[in-house]
Design a protein around this ligand. Sequence first.
Ligand code: FPP
Length: 266
Amino acid sequence: MRITPSGRQDLTSQEDSSSTRPGWLWNTPRHVAIIMDGNGRWARKRHLPRIVGHRAGASSVRTIVTAARTWEIPYLTLYAFSWENWSRPRQEVDGLMNLLEEYIDNEIRTMVDRGIRFSVVGDRSRLPASVRKKIAWAEGETIGKDRMVLTLALSYSGREEIVRAARNMAQDVQKGLLSPEKISETVFSRYLETSVLPPPDLLIRTSGEVRISNFFLWQLAYTEMYFTPTLWPDFGEESFRQAIEDFQERRRRFGKADEDIEGLPG
Ligand code: FPP
């Protein structure tokens, strides 16, 4: 087991890219989450239909997944479709669902070859059956892959995830499986669908909007935020690198005083 410069255990075992790892990649975030925003504006600026913007956005997804894997970032989560996005015009929703299926079809081989585990969080019951089937297939194909976990948040709402966790917990209390005194942050977080993911270290939002938009409300408590005016289809490897370098300059205090943080001068 390799220990990264940040002192974390590397979840991976293969050694292929460690020798080619660029020198700037120290203290990289373990989990990067991205709110991919600005596809529509990217298209509008070019007098193109919105779906062309989403297609260009899918191309950025490929670039960023490849970079994250090459830079050995163990967890990457992309907010691809929010619960609220269901209220967009039917044509746009259908176009996005097709793009998702296309993405899985085109990328599955690369994911398997590069050790990427594919997963989805969100309310799958609202997704078209063909998309649900494709997701389940991709999850099955990539099960056990341990170099990176790629999670797509689809039909996802942070509040809904919390409500669902509370409902399940209440049911366990009702069944006598859990006593209310035992409920703690740790116990509660186990009821979240995202409990298998570590909380994000870095959240990136593109397109200049400075808000969370109902994403990972519980998980972002101590996450470093990075907002950039770059529209998602223009967000390439260089932009991603800038976001990571910005993160590397941050002092993470997790609510503590500077002098209580190991490694920092008191
Ligand atoms: C926000 O831009 C983006 C979305 C609602 C969808 C994100 C989808 C992709 C990046 C492409 C498909 C995804 C995958 C994983 C293949 P917006 O439409 O809200 O942009 P706007 O705010 O400029 O209108």
